[in-house]
Design a protein around this ligand. Structure first.
Ligand code: AMP
Length: 605
């Protein structure tokens, strides 16, 4: 297998280093087939004796054909009993011959709790390799980025210990806390305005405040801005909208707000912060202007692009980013998950709707479950067969697939849950549009709520209406991102036996809102309580007959009257307008739902 070039030498020969990395990428994509077979062989031979592979009958037989024939395709629920054993302290080689170093907690949930993905120490190196490819690619489109800084809003989240003592934390928290990030050798491409200490501060207010302050202080040096997801970057801009007066005070005087109490954060910020009344005045003038259109290039005038993921559910934020960015390019650089890092975008200046990620053949072994297309009729409902799985190099242009991975950390033929569409090829490696994540009805930030979860929560909440001889007859939902931060909206149509809505106290509807929030998964509740990236859930009660109107609308627009079902989630603007025009009252969740780090069955450490 081709070896990845080592990281940048101290003499900082960028061109040479970039060239080497791109040559490596050419090499692995040109030989994607061979590389994939070698990856599989390496994973299987290292792990030949592990319990999971033996249990499924691989018996040390590590060849490709045998694997394809024997190994089942699995979802999280299938491997959960084994995951739970590891979480409870079983250190035997269940999935992997190397020790599981920690669990990465995915934003996908199972039973309301984050899924736990096993990982091994060496995966950090693989993740670093993907990161190291991003800037050499970018340099081909926008040169000289190494001459300035990146203002990235990066955050860690809380971690917990499993009952067996393993750390469980999100993949980026693990990466930022690792020496790969903290002790990274000098590299002008990872020259960020945020000192490490501000990123590694768990208090989200102090972290955001100090990162914003450092970004403002170095405003003319900034050549690119970003966050991981679009929602995170918008949160930073909205933070600035609220806090610019005190940020300007700090810049004017060269003193740091007393709300920043973390000594390491204070020390690191004080190395950047110097009294600068001129800059403070400039920021004040821009921020107090009536319009915030183009605020990003106004405050950071040398910015070339906004680096955030705007594919998938994040596409809902494109208009807001275009407004703040005055149409600066929105760049989606990579596609990754807790299970495995997948690929990079080789054409970063393309439009968001054209983004395609080239999967990196060395990251894991990738297979693809064909997704039947609308026009394929009854085939659509045919259950999948493991023999249907297609290898990386055999996917077909224009076809849609569900991604299935086999990883070095011991996931074998694991369904990630993402649907991808083949957009083209880089040499022999396919490039994919991200189509969607399966079963996500609502999402504001990293939360992913599916219809079943929502339905269960709504049913539970609606029991609060029973004492008033009222019942919920129909509902639908909407992820409203026009508020800051965004929030879930539920449209409820209620039938009343002997009462009407006015006889139901406001507190009852508020209890309904809170019950829904309490019933949603822990990622939703963490976003609400800890990250504060979602605002209180709202129930909008609509006039009777509204859902009939919704049906009329759908039928007028071609839906079949026999098959019509009220959608459980709506996105289409005219439908939302229709619903909003018939709202009679609205109620918000009165307080935060409960949330603690870690799984609810673990005592938090
Ligand atoms: P997590 O396991 O919490 O790290 O989330 C990983 C999931 O986030 C992936 O499986 C995708 O569904 C989504 N995701 C990651 N990167 C992208 C991207 N570039 N575009 C769209 N969705 C993404």
């Amino acid at each position: 297998m081709p070896e990845a070039p080592s990281t940048l030498s101290d003499d900082g020969n960028f061109d040479e280093n970039n060239k080497k990395l791109l040559e490596f990428f050419e090499d692995i994509t040109s030989n994607a087939d061979d590389v994939q077979k070698k990856v599989l062989n390496e994973i299987l031979s290292r792990n030949a004796g592990v319990e999971y592979l033996v249990r499924h009958g691989l018996n040390g037989n590590t060849d490709y054909d045998n694997f394809k024939k024997i190994m089942p395709v699995v979802s999280y629920e299938d491997i959960k009993p084994d995951i739970d054993r590891i979480a409870d302290g079983d250190r035997s080689s269940i999935f992997c011959s190397q020790p599981i170093s920690e669990f990465l907690t995915s934003s996908g949930t199972s039973g309301g709790e984050r899924k736990l993905m096993p990982t091994v120490e060496e995966e950090l190196g693989r993740r670093s390799l993907l990161y190291s490819l991003l800037m050499p690619v970018m340099d081909r489109f926008i040169p000289d980025l190494q001459k300035g800084k990146g203002m990235y809003f990066l955050f860690i989240k809380s971690e917990a210990k499993t009952p067996g003592g393993l750390l469980a934390r999100p993949v980026l928290t693990s990466y930022y806390k690792s020496s790969y990030f903290k002790k990274r050798p000098y590299d002008p491409y990872t020259n960020y305005t945020s000192p490490n200490e501000t990123i590694l501060c768990l208090d989200s207010y102090q972290s955001m405040y100090s990162q914003m302050l450092c970004g403002l202080c170095q405003n003319t040096e900034v050549l690119r801005v970003g966050a991981v997801f679009a929602s995170g970057f918008i949160r930073a801009i909205r933070f600035l909208e609220k806090h610019w007066p005190i940020l300007c005070h700090d810049i004017r005087t060269g003193t740091l707000s007393s709300q920043i109490t973390d000594p390491l954060v204070r020390e690191s910020v004080m190395k950047v912060l110097k009294p600068n009344p001129k800059l403070a005045e400039f920021i004040e003038i821009e921020c107090s202007a009536e319009s915030w259109k183009g605020i990003i290039p106004r405050l950071w005038p040398n910015t070339k692009y906004v680096d955030v993921i705007v594919t998938g559910t994040m596409s809902q934020y494109i208009p807001t980013l275009n407004y703040y960015g005055n149409d600066l390019p929105l760049v989606c650089t990579m596609y990754a998950s807790s299970e495995c890092y997948f690929g990079i975008n080789l054409n970063p200046l393309c439009k968001p709707c054209e983004v395609a990620y080239t999967l990196i053949p060395t990251m894991g072994f990738f297979e693809f479950l064909p997704v039947a297309r609308e026009d394929e009729g009854p085939e659509k409902s045919k259950p999948y067969d493991k023999n249907d799985l297609v290898d990386l190099v055999d996917v077909k242009l224009g076809h849609e697939y569900e991604l299935v991975v086999t990883t070095y950390a011991g996931l074998y033929r694991y369904r990630v849950g993402d649907i991808l569409k083949v957009a083209g090829f880089k040499n022999k490696a396919p490039q994919f549009h991200f189509v969607c994540r399966k079963n996500v009805a609502l999402s504001i930030d990293s939360d992913k709520t599916d219809e079943v979860e929502l339905h269960d929560a709504v049913l539970k909440a609606s029991t609060h209406l029973l004492p008033f001889e009222a019942s919920l007859t129909e509902y639908t939902s909407y992820a409203d991102t026009s508020t800051s931060p965004g929030h879930y909206v539920l449209y409820w149509e209620i039938s009343y036996k002997n009462s009407d809505e006015t006889l139901i106290p406001t507190s009852v509807f508020e209890d309904c809102c809170l019950t829904i929030e309490e019933s949603l998964n822990s990622v939703y509740r963490q976003c609400r309580v800890s990250d504060k990236s979602i605002s209180p859930l709202e129930i909008k009660v609509v006039e009777n007959g509204t859902f009939d109107k919704l049906m009329d609308y759908a039928i007028c627009n071609g839906a079949s009257i026999n098959q019509y079902k009220a959608p459980r989630c709506v996105k289409y603007a005219p439908i939302i307008e229709l619903l909003n025009s018939r709202v009679v009252s609205s109620y918000f969740s009165p307080k935060y739902p409960k949330w603690v780090p870690g799984h609810k069955q673990w005592s938090s450490s």
